[in-house]
Write a protein that binds this ligand. Structure first.
Ligand code: UDP
Length: 237
């Protein structure tokens, strides 16, 4: 019987607890929302439940497709048992359609399809505002090894292939998303963190309505309803 012990960490959207098994931790999803590197703060009622359940559901599907993840077992609406990992300090961004910071940087109207999948890396550091880095920076700074980066890139593209097709079936365009990877105690790279409306841009494929955190970032209203709608489409409830 695995039991929850002390809190290890509290982040912007989740808390992490140790357990009686040194290789397992419990994540607990909060309703707290932040944007623009913590400048904008708020609450999205029910978000923790949506993100926890959606993320677990998708990670289970990814495992079935042969992609290793940190997911172990859903404990409740907000809590999940996951493998303890050392997080590779990179945000891996995958883009199918231009939006957000890419649109700004390259002067591309939001909604412009990318002729091939774009991968970006940002160094995870709040004080620096998560700056974009390339493979040379990553090697020079030893954020991970070249082999690990190759594994991460291959996995990120596989995750995209699966998710893009999956969301297409529920009439959602997967515009872009952010992944994080971790290393288990035996050195295996696994998909970690979450896959949710906090970390993905989801647009209704017919109306192009935004069904993700951009509604919060851009004060569009209907934030809770958008999260609920995505949960309904993904989990069928
Ligand atoms: N993203 C994220 N966390 C971050 C930055 C980005 O989950 O700290 C996600 C974001 O939700 C979007 C994708 O990564 O789905 C690309 O984000 P972008 O670089 O366009 O940044 P943004 O415009 O959100 O600042």
């Amino acid at each position: 019987m695995i039991e929850r012990t002390q809190q290890l960490y509290e982040g912007k959207a989740k808390k992490v607890f140790a357990t009686t098994d040194p290789d397992l931790v419990i994540v607990s999803y909060k309703d707290d929302a932040t944007a623009f590197n913590g400048e904008k703060k708020g609450t999205i009622v029910g978000k923790g439940v949506v993100n926890n359940r959606m993320s677990n559901y998708l990670m289970e599907k990814l495992e079935q497709k042969g992609i290793p993840t940190h997911y172990v077992q859903e404990l409740s609406d907000r809590e999940t048992l996951v493998k303890r990992v050392t997080i590779v300090p990179l945000e891996v961004i995958v883009r199918n359609i231009a939006a957000g910071s890419l649109s700004k940087r390259l002067g591309l109207p939001e909604g412009t399809p990318m002729s091939r999948t774009v991968l970006e890396y940002c160094y995870k550091d709040d004080a620096l505002g998560d700056p974009m880095v390339n493979a040379y920076h990553i090697m020079a700074m030893q954020y991970c090894t070249q082999d690990e980066l190759n594994t991460i890139a291959t996995m990120a593209l596989k995750v995209n292939q699966f998710l893009k097709n999956y969301f297409k079936k529920i009439n959602v365009d997967l515009v872009d998303f952010k992944l994080e990877f971790g290393k288990t105690s035996d050195g295996t790279i696994v998909l970690a963190d979450e896959i949710s409306p906090d970390t993905c841009r989801f647009w209704d494929a017919t109306t192009h309505e935004k069904l993700d955190k951009d509604r919060f970032r851009r004060d569009m209203g209907g934030v809770e309803d958008a999260y609920k709608e995505m949960m309904k489409r993904v989990l069928g409830e």
